[in-house]
Design a protein around this ligand. Structure first.
Ligand code: FAD
Length: 289
């Protein structure tokens, strides 16, 4: 099933992201993650793509999406990046995905990892979107940034390039994490005014550690509203208290987004099924909207 077909069915799509466990993790850890997530009944699961492949991870993105799709019977979406894959790699990956019955790709530019020289066949995600559209029969998704991409001079040019990415063939967008819903609602309105009509899922990341969120925020440019800064200042050194506060914060964000008519919620699980459950189990009725 193509991801874009999940939308417009009268309820909010609920999806999540996982990442391939590093070589230092136990080899079965992806199964533990997926066993923990399967009862949440996500509409689809996406799997991130990093440089280095099987040299750095237990299972590659392609191997995990195949497990999600064929062993857990959950629609899967493989991330793929321009910096990590040139045309030859993209061809090989598309062939493998097709053979495994995986029908969806999230096309990204990727961030440069100094340890791995970037591939240069595709400069922007829109180039990869075009290539996938022309060389395979995949549902194609792409990323978007409610507060603007860090490299963008302003939101207007960011939305202009986003429109170009959708015009190139992206059928569905997943947003970067954000902590202030007003940023997302404003962004959504601007997208619709700009003629971007595809479903846009809101990316939600529960804050699981003070230092990890500071690192994440510096990498992706999301801002921390005062309300969240207060929680971090008060509970940041107490993991249990912070977890409770973070789950409550994410639940409130999600219920407000769904009330505001968002197309979908994409939960960045950080491979932590316990937190994903705590959130999903608190909103069974809200999820029906
Ligand atoms: P693009 O769409 O190419 O945009 C990058 C910048 O270039 C933007 O500032 C944009 O405005 C500008 N731009 C776009 N097109 C043009 C053009 N034609 N001319 C001039 N400027 C242009 N990274 C990974 O490495 N692996 C992952 O698995 C991964 N998953 C992600 C999932 C989500 C949902 C999100 C939001 C991000 C993810 N990232 C991942 C991070 C992402 O790769 C980075 O944010 C990267 O810096 C930008 O990727 P993009 O696909 O949005 O790039």
């Amino acid at each position: 099933m193509k991801i874009c077909e999940l939308f417009g069915q009268g309820r909010t799509v609920f999806s999540c992201e996982i990442f391939p466990p590093k070589k230092t993790s136990p080899v079965d850890s992806i199964y533990r993650t997926l066993d923990g997530l399967k009862d949440i009944r996500f509409d689809f699961i996406s799997v991130t793509y990093g440089a280095g492949g099987s040299a750095v991870v237990n299972q590659t993105t392609q191997e995990i999406v195949s497990i999600v799709q064929n062993q857990y019977h959950i629609p899967a979406m493989a991330h793929l990046t321009c910096v990590g894959a040139g045309k030859a790699e993209a061809d090989a990956i598309m062939e493998q995905l097709k053979a495994d019955g995986v029908e969806n790709i999230l096309a990204l530019r990727g961030d440069i990892n100094p340890e791995y020289p970037p591939k240069t066949d595709f400069a922007h995600a829109s180039d990869l979107v075009t290539y996938i559209r022309e060389h395979g029969d995949f549902g194609i998704s792409a990323a978007c940034y409610p507060e603007g991409h860090l490299e963008s001079p302003d939101l207007v040019s960011d939305i202009r390039w986003l429109k170009a990415k959708v015009d190139a063939g992206a059928q569905h967008l997943v947003s970067q994490l954000f902590f202030d819903n007003e940023d997302f609602f404003r962004f959504l309105e601007r997208c619709r005014i700009a003629g971007i009509e595809v479903p846009i899922e809101a990316g939600i990341m529960p804050v699981l550690g003070k230092s990890s969120i500071q690192r994440m925020v510096s990498l992706c440019g999301a801002s921390i509203p005062r309300r969240l800064a207060r929680l971090l200042a008060r509970y940041g050194e107490d993991p249990k208290a912070l977890r409770e506060a973070a789950v409550a914060y994410a639940i409130e964000q999600i219920s407000d987004l769904i009330a505001g008519g968002v197309d979908g919620i994409h939960l960045y699980t950080m491979n932590n099924p316990g937190v994903a459950h705590a959130i999903a189990d608190a909103i069974p009725s809200i999820r029906r909207f």
